[in-house]
Write a protein that binds this ligand. Structure first.
Ligand SMILES: C[S@@+](CC[C@H](N)C(=O)[O-])C[C@H]1O[C@@H](n2cnc3c(N)ncnc32)[C@H](O)[C@@H]1O
Length: 341
């Protein structure tokens, strides 16, 4: 069983980050090892935590959960099916979201009840069917809920001191983007920022709440996401900073007003580069996201930024790039930061 070896003094911060990012294996206990602590992790060491050594725990110690989950399910499943049991799930506010191997679909409601037993503070469990389409909508099925729940899909998720209200059947919330959201929370102080793919405020709320820009123009095409963007602006008391705009960023992105532009989209972000670069004042910074095959990383997005800047008679200075998360086999979601002069 894998764990991350971290210095004691940093353990609490890292534990919280790993937990919120969904990387932590909360079935196993943290263990002391000399001046360090072993923090159990679900899969391979996430890239953004690569500075800490990954180790194999000799004698992992479990909280009561794991056995409970397996115990709860073993009366319904044979041996092979037990091996298909999910090892991790996402908890948004008081809603559990779990992906299941298709062979377990017949027992999905029983499995949902088991998760509600394990998380007494949760009200419902949804089966995750992935995120689809231009508006990145999730496909979710309710598989378990406590009696009398008027809206089992409505969640208020807290991370990094920010609150996000959302309907888990209508809008996505990517656990893999947590560190990037927190990074955005450190940028933009006093600036004019344009968030071209704002969603429910994934980046905008972190920025507004922590960095306090002068103004964030947050554009979102999906009326359901835009509705929660407005809700989350109120919930985090940043109405004085955030200007939620419903519409297509190809039409709504202003020209030459921004010190910083965030293009937090995947798949076809490059189609919107002309508007992203056009929105920046000379010397402004672009955060350009792209899903890119490993062999083209980071050259393809870097070349696209340089080419579009040149086409607009400007010069792109690449500041840095990094991986945000694994997107698919051989494909990474990365972000490139560039200053556009
Ligand atoms: C994937 S989400 C944002 C994810 C976010 N960056 C994160 O870290 O979790 C992208 C959002 O862009 C919105 N969107 C897609 N095309 C758009 C467009 N042309 N203009 C404005 N918003 C758009 C989608 O509706 C969706 O809410």
């Amino acid at each position: 069983m894998k764990a991350l070896l971290v210095p004691k003094e940093r353990a609490e911060t890292l534990r919280k980050q790993l937990l919120e990012a969904g990387y932590m294996d909360s079935r196993r206990k943290l263990k002391v090892r000399g001046n360090d602590l072993e923090i159990p992790v679900t899969g391979s060491v996430p890239p953004e935590f690569a500075q800490f050594p990954g180790i194999r725990q000799e004698n992992p110690e479990y909280y009561e959960n794991e056995p409970v989950f397996r115990d709860l399910m073993k009366q319904y499943l044979g041996g092979d099916e037990m091996d298909l049991l999910p090892r991790g799930w996402q908890i948004l506010g008081d809603v559990v979201i779990v992906s299941l191997h298709p062979d377990l679909y017949p027992v999905r409601s029983t499995l949902g009840d088991a998760l509600l037993t394990m998380y007494p503070y949760c009200k419902s469990v949804y089966l995750d069917g992935g995120i689809v389409g231009e508006l990145r909508r999730p496909s979710r099925e309710l598989i378990a809920a406590r009696d009398g729940m008027d809206n089992p899909a409505l969640a208020v998720h807290t991370e990094n001191g920010c609150r996000f209200k959302l309907d888990v059947t209508k809008v996505m919330f990517s656990k893999g983007n947590l560190n990037e959201r927190m990074r955005m929370g450190k940028l933009g102080s006093g600036e004019v920022v344009v968030d071209m793919f704002a969603g429910i405020g994934y980046f905008t709320i972190h920025m507004a709440a922590h960095a306090r820009p002068a103004r964030i123009i947050a554009i979102e095409l999906n009326p359901e996401s835009h509705h929660y963007l407005i809700e989350n602006t109120r919930l985090n008391r940043v109405e004085d900073i955030v200007e939620p705009i419903l519409g297509d960023c190809a039409e709504k992105t202003p020209v030459a007003v921004a010190d910083r532009v965030v293009m937090g989209y995947v798949g076809s972000t490059h189609h919107y580069l002309p508007y992203g670069i056009g929105a920046l004042k000379p010397g402004g910074v672009l955060h350009y996201h792209e899903t890119v095959p490993e062999i083209l990383m980071p050259d393809r997005p870097v070349e696209r930024i340089r080419t579009e800047a040149k086409r607009q008679g400007r010069k792109a200075e690449i500041l840095q790039w990094h991986r945000v998360k694994k997107y698919a086999p051989g494909v990474w979601h990365i972000v490139v930061d560039a200053r556009i002069n």
